[in-house]
Design a protein around this ligand. Structure first.
Ligand code: ADP
Ligand code: MG
Length: 704
């Protein structure tokens, strides 16, 4: 490569991975700025920006051989075109091929010119997901291109990687830039940070080859292995990623525990008034965990505690008790949540609970601008007792005056580095805030030791009384129309329903689009019902307006992406439909289902799936039908998801890992721990570089 052969002037030790992406040929300032939005700032960030999944456009499937639930490529000639306008514009295009079967292509968003092009006889090469529709198999919003008559269609010769991306950055362009970065990939001796004897001892193969393989799988690469993450190249990278996380947690814990924290030991007066004002009594489990937390923060050593408790177990009240102890002792509390929606809900709860006690609760969000932001910042710097927000709380320019306690909700959405960043907002000298992490994803002890190697753990193992169990059924998507009718009937009785779209797409934009499509479909089918839509690309105000309308009963059905996964609380919603439920892990299904069953009415959850169901998917759905107990579900999850299982949390939009999956890759953990300990003892500098390589960029990514 020219970049290397002409680099004689550069000192031999210069690491090409540390060069800014702008030094790559063809990457100008505009593209560099777009790449920076997803944390891709240096060449090595591109090396480690790993595909989410792969598309197989190496073959063409006959329409007659298509199966619902698969992604496939077909070639067909347009047979009929219909443009509907009943509630929303809709373009339906029927195509056929030699297999004498018809496939329907459906578009809810289209341009006139696009529709005009699709005339009978035109041949199309389409790629998309096949599903059951009212008139047989269909693809909604497939990718397509026109192909000439009769001429042989050129197919790809290898799998196409699909990367996480952002608006304005197409897959082709991103893959092109990654290609250029890969050309600078040094030989293993320079790239590898795990000392060779340790690699050898644990059978770790070439990092360079693993990276090249996952970015550019050869033509004969096994799609099934790559899809479920069991390919040796992926496992090699997963090992390194898990190792990095382990190192970072260990290092962090050691560093924090060497410092001091303020002793938060008020007299309990505020807590007493708070408990007295609650319309319910705290459960035994809430009280026990609260005691753990209060004992920790009363000491001058920084608390690092994880509170795990099932969905609805009442973690927020425990957090409020801790917050009151801090406020009482004259210190500030920061509470951060992974989504704006959830942060806003905490804001309302805390204002409702704490303002009657004379405690100001300050909002600080990333989207706040201008005067509002300046005011919020001034208020925080001036010592606002309780500050609530998203990860904006960690941004530059946010200064606390006396931060004594940091509460992080739903930790599985946050990376370790975010926790660290907020802690560094800490105090003068060696004084740091206490830290309380809340999670609704209970994980078995062995995993907890690795995933949360830096934390002590308490469990809220009891739900408040009076919760109704959610009746759960699994229904094939072939009966989609029936399910929609059932929603229609339920809404006519005044019930409210969630319709959750779980399409696993590579950008928030595409996820939003999938939800829009479902919204159009349901709006058309549910005559007389008002159907709302909420997704991650809406403005906070819009989201709030939709949530408020749903909460107030103005909307019967809420079509949502998994933005509603955590924390949303609408007690009257008693019906939930989860699309493509077979693709989700148990933990996520459980989180989603936790949105219903919050009120007194009997609740139902419909798990829609695309047949045929694989063995594991079937077992997962069975577990969901049989139990609502989060701890049981977590254990089942781990049991079912042995190595090689298809679905990783990684594919469901969580940013914590790029390639590793704690459940799937649990078998790697013992070796990870051994290598980790050896590196911390003998090669601390390489350990640092590893963290910088994997997590440095992830932390920036999360700020995007
Ligand atoms: P999660 O643990 O999922 O964050 P929340 O803190 O949001 O749960 O609590 C869920 C609901 O239960 C809230 O409406 C909350 O007010 C209520 N709640 C919390 N603790 C109790 C309790 N001890 N008894 C009755 N209701 C409770
Ligand atoms: Mg919660």
């Amino acid at each position: 490569m020219p970049a290397r052969s002409t680099s004689i002037a550069v000192p031999p030790l210069a690491d090409p991975g540390l060069a800014p992406v702008g030094t790559l040929p063809g990457v100008g300032p505009a593209l560099a700025a777009t790449l920076a939005k997803i944390g891709l700032e240096r060449v090595q960030d591109l090396w480690f920006h790993l595909p989410l999944r792969y598309e197989d456009k190496t073959r063409v499937t006959a329409i007659g051989d298509l199966k619902a639930g698969e992604r496939a490529q077909v070639v067909g000639a347009v047979e009929a075109v219909e443009r509907g306008f009943r509630y929303r514009p809709q373009l339906k295009v029927a195509i056929g091929d030699d297999s004498r079967q018809t496939l329907l292509l459906r578009f809810f968003h289209f341009h006139r010119a696009q529709a005009d092009q699709l005339k009978p006889g035109v041949r199309l090469l389409c790629y998309g997901e096949v599903r059951h529709g009212a008139q047989g198999l269909e693809m909604v919003h497939p990718q397509y291109q026109r192909v000439g008559d009769e001429q042989a269609v050129a197919v790809d010769d290898r799998l196409s990687p699909i990367y996480p991306t952002t608006e304005g950055l197409g897959q082709k362009r991103l893959a092109g830039v990654i290609d250029k970065a890969l050309a600078l990939l040094p030989p293993d001796a320079a790239l590898e940070l795990i000392p060779p004897p340790l690699c050898l001892a644990h059978g770790l193969t070439s990092l360079r080859e693993a990276l090249l393989y996952v970015h550019r799988p050869p033509p004969d690469a096994p799609l099934a292995d790559l899809t479920n993450g069991s390919h040796p190249a992926q496992q090699r990278l997963a090992f390194e990623e898990l190792l990095t996380q382990h190192l970072s947690l260990k290092r962090m814990r050691a560093a924090v525990r060497r410092r001091r924290a303020p002793a938060l030991d008020g007299n309990g007066e505020l807590r007493g008034r708070f408990v007295g004002s609650l319309p319910f009594q705290l459960t035994g489990a809430q009280l026990r965990v609260t005691r753990d937390v209060l004992a920790d923060i009363a000491c001058a050593k920084p608390m690092l505690r994880l509170v795990q408790g099932d969905v609805g177990s009442g973690k927020t009240a425990v957090a409020a008790m801790a917050a009151l102890a801090a406020v009482e002792a004259g210190w500030q509390v920061a509470l951060m949540a992974p989504t704006e929606l959830l942060a806003e809900q905490h804001l309302r709860n805390f204002r409702h609970w704490l303002e009657p006690l004379g405690i100001h609760v300050q909002w600080l969000a990333g989207k706040q601008q201008g005067k509002a932001r300046a005011q919020a910042l001034a208020c925080v710097a001036d010592g606002a007792p309780v500050v609530i927000g998203t990860h904006a709380l960690m941004q530059e320019g946010v200064a606390f005056s006396r931060l004594g306690l940091v509460i992080v909700d739903e930790q599985h959405r946050f990376g370790v580095q975010q926790r660290l960043a907020l802690r560094d907002k800490g105090l003068e000298g060696d004084l740091v805030p206490h830290q309380l992490v809340l999670t609704a994803t209970p994980i078995p002890r062995t995993l907890a030791m690795s995933a949360y190697a830096d934390l002590d753990v308490s469990s809220i193992d009891e739900l408040p009384p009076g919760r109704t169990l959610v009746q759960t059924v699994a229904v094939s998507n072939a009966r989609r129309v029936e399910v929609i009718e059932r929603i229609h009937a339920a809404c006519a009785e005044g019930r409210q329903a969630y319709w959750v779209c779980t399409l696993i797409e590579e950008s928030e934009q595409l996820r939003a689009q999938a939800a829009e499509v479902a919204h159009a479909e349901l709006s058309a089918a549910l005559e007389g019902c008002s159907v709302g839509l909420i997704h991650g690309r809406m403005k906070p105000k819009e989201k709030q307006a939709v949530m408020d309308a749903f909460k107030a009963g103005g909307l019967s059905v809420l079509v949502a992406t998994t933005v509603i996964e955590v924390g949303v609380d609408v007690p009257n919603a008693s019906l939930m439909v989860i699309e493509n439920s077979e693709r989700l892990g148990l933990a996520q299904l459980h989180q989603l289902r936790g949105r219903v069953g919050r009120g007194a009415v009997a609740s139902n959850c419909v798990l829609l799936y695309q047949p045929p169901l694989g063995q594991l998917a079937r077992e997962r759905l069975n577990v969901m039908r049989e139990t609502c107990d989060g701890f049981r579900i977590a254990e089942k999850d781990l049991q079912l998801r042995g190595p090689g299982e298809v679905l990783g949390t990684r594919q469901t939009g969580q940013l914590a890992f790029r390639i590793a999956d704690l459940a799937r890759d649990a078998h790697l953990l013992p070796a990870v721990q051994q290598v980790g300990e050896a590196m911390l003892r003998q090669h601390p500098r390489d350990a640092e570089r590893l963290i910088e390589r994997w997590i440095g960029a992830a932390a920036r990514y999360a700020h995007a």
